[in-house]
Design a protein around this ligand. Structure first.
Ligand code: NAD
Length: 257
């Protein structure tokens, strides 16, 4: 087991990639805090982790709200006494151009996607310093290669890559590693929302697969296993990295026919 006795907080673990990551972290021996604004989703994730014989706790959290994040820290420490891994995975995606996006939508997207990483990192860092723990931020290939109709989302993901590198430099001296993951399209909530926003969702889904050299979109497990690796001692000399998990989306190869 790669994460035996580690305590891992995963934001946005009430569905999608976060939920599957919670299950994979539990399988590797971690005790998992499932932090999500969606309580029912978080409780379902806890059931799935517990079904493996592992330990998990759902904590309702809005990562964009400083008070909520401070409560998450307090409740995590009350439950488990320490924390070794913070996986900042929660995000939302506004499927609009800048012109169509309202200021409220823009501020919420920035507040959740980038602001959530700031707040969770800020308030967990003193505790991660004690365990020489690590932070994993969820970015996207959209931090490198942008797509239409999600301008704000792409901006947050580019920002997350830069924030990851800046945090790695600031906290390396404390033995805290900070890396991010940049997935291509993954069969989970935010990709489903993007397909739904297109004129022909089924065609959009089929076309997305062809953007990847492997000719398909990825599975949440294929990202979760990379998160397990980054959280584990196997990645002990990795920090400031943007780890691309994209089935060749950014390979420059022509789309598969
Ligand atoms: N699905 C993809 O194709 C894809 C590709 C690249 C990167 N990602 C990234 O992976 C992560 C997970 O995406 P997903 O597709 O699994 O999405 P998802 O919608 O299934 O999961 C996102 C979770 O975040 C939670 N959340 C939203 N706002 C929150 C808030 N304010 N506080 C706490 N929790 C909140 C939601 O309730 C949900 O459970 C995101 O960071 C996303 O940008 C996804």
């Amino acid at each position: 087991m790669k994460l035996r006795n580690r305590v891992a907080v995963i934001t946005g673990a009430g569905s999608g990639i976060g939920r599957v990551s919670a299950v994979e972290f539990g399988r590797e021996g971690a005790r998992v805090v499932v932090a999500d604004i969606n309580v029912a989703g978080a409780e379902e994730t806890v059931k799935q982790v517990e079904a493996l014989g592992a330990t998990a706790r759902a904590i309702r959290t809005d990562v964009a709200d400083p008070n909520s994040v401070q409560r998450l820290v307090t409740e995590t420490l009350e439950a488990f006494g320490q924390v070794h891994v913070l996986f900042n995975n929660a995000a939302i995606q506004v499927n609009k151009t800048v012109e169509e996006t309202t200021p409220e939508e823009w501020n919420r997207e920035m507040g959740v996607n980038l602001g959530g990483i700031f707040l969770c990192s800020k308030f967990f860092l003193p505790h991660l310093r004690r365990t020489r723990g690590c932070i994993i931020n969820m970015a996207s290939v959209n931090g490198f290669f942008v797509e239409p109709m999600c301008a704000g989302y792409c901006a947050t993901k580019g920002g997350i890559i830069a924030l990851t590198k800046a945090m790695a430099i600031d906290h390396g001296k404390d033995g805290i590693r900070v890396n991010c993951i940049c997935p291509g399209y993954i069969d989970a909530g935010l990709a489903w929302g993007y397909f739904k926003a297109q004129a022909d969702p089924a065609a959009a889904r089929a076309a997305a697969g062809k953007l990847h050299a492997l000719g398909r979109i990825g599975k949440p497990e294929e990202v979760a296993r990379v998160a397990v690796f980054l959280a584990s001692d196997d990645a002990s000399f990795m920090t400031g990295s943007a780890v691309v998990v994209d089935g060749g989306f950014g390979s420059g190869l022509p789309p598969q026919t």
